[in-house]
Structures are given as C-alpha cells and as structure tokens.
Design a protein around this ligand. Structure first.
Ligand code: ARG
Length: 470
C-alpha cells in the first residue's frame, strides 16, 4: 500500500503532516479491502439496474462490467494497487475503474452512495461468512454425535461443583455439548435470515430521485427483499451485533468444552487423549504434552465477547442516519468471523481424533461414591422416606470415606449395619452399569437412550438445510 500523498514538502510542515495523518486516520482501506469482491458484486448489480432503467447505455454498461471484471482479476492476483489516499475499498475500486474505462466509470455511482454501498457489501460478506461458519459448525456437531454413538455405553463420573455426582455415559456428555451447538446453529440461521435484505437504493440516507429498481438489485444479489426504510437501511448494524452475539455465545460454549478437555487430558484425570498433532510440548519439561488447541480456543472466547461489547458500544446513542463511527464496525466483525471459523475448524478436526480412556473414567466414577443416590433410591423403593434414606446413605458414605471403601465394595453385612432393609439385590443398584441403565427415559444417560438420542441428532443434522435455503 502506498504512503498518503502530501502535495508539497515545503512550508507549514506541521499542517502538512497533520493532513497526512488525518488521511491515514480516517481511511479504512487497510482493513475494508477484504470487502473488495463483494463490493464488485454489488456494483455489477447496481450497474445492471442502471442499464435497465436507461441511466447507462449498453456500451457504458458493457465497459463497466468489463472494467470491474478486470479489477476483480487484479485483486485476485494481488496486482491491485491500494491507495490510502483513496480512503476506502469503494473509492479505490471506483477510481481504478474510471482510470481504466474513462467517463462511464464516473457514472457507476449514479443513484448510489457509499452509505448504502458499504451496508450492502458488509451484508453480502457476512452472509458468505455465515454459510462457511454454519458448515464448520455442522461438521463439529457430526463429530460430537459420532463420538456419542461410539461411546454411548462408556461410563464416566458426572460432576456437579466439579465433585463426583452420579455416573453418566461419555456419549451423553458429548450430546450435551451438541445441544449447545444446536441452539447456536439456530441463532446463526436466524441472524442470516434477518440480515438478508438489500440496502441498495437507500443512497446516502433519503433514497434517490432516479427511477431505480430496488427489487431488481435485491434479487440480483440474492437478498430476500429491499430494506423497507432508507434511513434505517444505511445506519442499521444490528446484523453485525446479532452475529457477534451468536459468536460470543458459541465461543462461550467452546470455552466450556475446552476447559473440560484441559481437565480431562491432565494426568490427574487422564480421561481422554488428544492426538499429538493437536498438542505441543515444553521446551524444558520433556514429559509435557500441552492441550494448546483447547487452551487457545478458551482464550479466544474472551476476545470475541469483547468484540460484541465493542459493537454494542459503537452503535449506542448514534443518531440517524449514517455516521462515520460505523466504519469501526469492520475490524471487530472481521476478527470475530476469523476467530469463530478457525476455532470451529480446529475443534471439528480434533474431536473425531479424540480417544477415551474408559478404565480411567470408570475407576474415577467408582472412587467417588457416584452411586450413593442409587442406594438412596433403592431404600425408597423398599419403603423408606427419601430424607431418611439420604441420611442412611450419608452415614454409609462417611464410613466408606473413613475406611477407603466404595459402597459397591462393602459387604452385605456392613451395608445392613446402616439399614436392615438392605438385601442382596442391592449390588445390582450399586454397580455403575446398574446406575446408568436405570436412567432410561427421554434425556437420560442410559446407554440405550444415548444411542437413540445420537441417532436422532444425526437425523436432524442430515435433514439440516444449508442456511442459504433455510
Ligand atoms: N468507509 C466507510 C465506512 O466503512 C464507507 C462509507 C463512507 N461514507 C461516508 N459518508 N463517509 O463506513
């Protein structure tokens, strides 16, 4: 990119250099260049509409189309010379077009303003980004559902307060993650549908006096309809905020998954193993294998939540219609898109490669008195009130803690010392399998249920329309 142009080296050095600074300060081409292809797409639709309305003749239209196609090639091959002096992506492309084709290039901006132009570009760009992100999200969900089916009967301790609570199956846990992502996908589809209206024709803020055809440009660009109000069309950035809200919540979910993976891969848990290619070592401690991918995703969630805050604060109190403030929407939005896409990509690659250490999970569930609730429920079935049963089992657990014995390893005699109603059938209840198998209802952790729920989830994913058709 070139240096800002300054007219002379002489005199008024301070004001000269201030001008150059302001030029750079107010420019956006450094970051809005990434809208270039969508800007060209919008311009092609606008030019076609101008030609149909008789505002461009056939030759002018053909010259504009050829010129824009050539610029598209230049950009694609990285031959385009971006100039900070031309402020933003829109003026860079328009200036280049006019330099190539002459006066016809100057007619392209008829009935249009950069205000409706940029609002259109960002929507088109974000729409494509959403489609790519939805595909990665679906890929990750498929991985989780695949793991759930594979590990439907694998027992692990379920936690509350990160203390062993009750046995669950690993597949059930994966499906819990999948539920979060399912809701995220719904929010993404929703956001796409709401952003999919065309600002073109709103011009600077009030519309235009030319006989334009807003339905035509909207349809050309794949928008569902033209935006209904010109003032709102040029100033609305709700769609960017909505997307960042989706993204912040998705990253919050990924940070929760990450935290669990970090715990589970530690020597202390040893529940799962991540393939080496998703980890790094330590330069000093030879034994280390660090779960960098989940750690980084956990870290990046903070930055995406920050971008949501930036956009909310950016729009807060802005009077209608367009304000230069809006130029500040791009960096947070673009970084959110990149971060979310990369985080999903990493997770979607990593999760199918994860292996579980079933014996370690089983041993951990066994050690933590995970079937204490099952014993209480057993006593209730034998006629005891639940609160009394809770008390009895509490005493049994306390004794188990003191002697280092799990409930399932106590003798019948010992157990009967806590309640005479306990019979030999208690051991079926105290086993981990007995515990998970008993929870055989909709949403429960029984392997049979988890297998069914995984099949269901897969069916939903198979039936999922691409957000484009939603
Ligand atoms: N670079 C500007 C932006 O991103 C484009 C719109 C400029 N409009 C204006 N009236 N200065 O918002």
């Amino acid at each position: 990119m070139d240096k800002p142009q300054t007219s002379t080296l002489w005199g008024g050095r301070f004001s000269e250099s201030t001008d150059a600074f302001v030029q750079r300060f107010t420019a956006s081409v450094q970051f809005d260049r990434r809208l270039a292809l969508h800007d060209i797409r919008g311009s092609l639709a606008h030019a076609a509409m101008l030609a149909r309305a008789g505002l461009l003749d056939a030759d002018e239209h053909a010259a504009i189309v050829a010129g824009l196609e050539e610029i598209r090639r230049e950009i694609g091959e990285d031959r385009f010379e971006w100039s900070v002096g031309l402020e933003d992506v829109h003026m860079n492309i328009e200036a280049r077009l006019t330099a190539r084709i002459g006066v016809a290039g100057k007619k392209l901006h008829t009935g249009r303003s950069r205000n409706d132009q940029v609002a259109t570009d960002v929507r088109l760009y974000l729409r494509d980004a959403i489609d790519a992100i939805a595909a990665e999200l679906t890929r990750l969900q498929r991985a989780l559902v695949g793991l759930a089916a594979r590990e439907a009967a694998t027992i692990m301790p379920g936690f509350t307060h990160l203390q062993t609570a009750q046995p669950v199956t690993f597949g059930h846990h994966m499906l819990a993650w999948n539920e979060m992502l399912e809701r995220d996908h719904g929010r993404l589809v929703d956001c796409r549908a709401r952003l999919n209206v065309s600002p073109l024709g709103a011009a600077a803020l009030a519309g235009t006096s030319y006989p334009i055809d807003r339905e035509y440009t909207a349809a050309e660009l794949g928008f569902a309809a033209p935006a209904r109000n010109s003032l709102d069309a040029v100033s609305d950035r709700d769609f960017a905020i909505e997307f960042c809200a989706f993204a912040a919540l998705l990253m919050t979910h990924l940070s929760r998954f990450s935290e669990e993976l970090v715990l589970w891969t530690s020597a202390q848990f040893g529940f799962v193993n991540l393939p080496d290619r998703f980890c790094t070592g330590s330069s000093i401690m030879p034994q280390k294998k660090n779960p960098d991918v989940p750690e980084l995703v956990r870290g990046k969630s903070g930055r995406v939540a920050g971008h949501l805050m930036s956009l909310l604060m950016l729009m807060k109190s802005q009077p209608l219609a367009y304000n230069k403030d809006n130029q500040e929407d791009k960096e947070p939005l673009f970084d959110t898109i990149d971060t979310v896409r990369d985080a999903l990509h990493a997770f979607a690659d990593m999760m199918p490669a994860l292996t579980v250490n079933a014996p370690a999970m089983r041993e951990s569930a066994r050690r933590g008195f995970a079937t204490a609730t099952d014993l209480a429920d057993y006593l209730v079935r034998k006629g005891m009130a639940f609160r009394d049963a809770h008390e009895v089992v509490g005493k049994a657990v306390a004794a188990g803690v003191a002697s280092g014995t799990d409930l399932a390893d106590m003798s019948l005699e010992t157990l009967q010392g806590f309640s005479a109603t306990i019979g030999p059938d208690v051991f079926a209840v105290l086993s981990l399998e007995g515990s998970v198998n008993a929870r055989d209802h909709l949403g429960g952790t029984a392997p049979r249920r988890v297998a069914l729920a995984a099949a269901d989830a897969l069916e939903r994913l198979d039936a999922r329309a691409s957000p484009r058709d939603a």
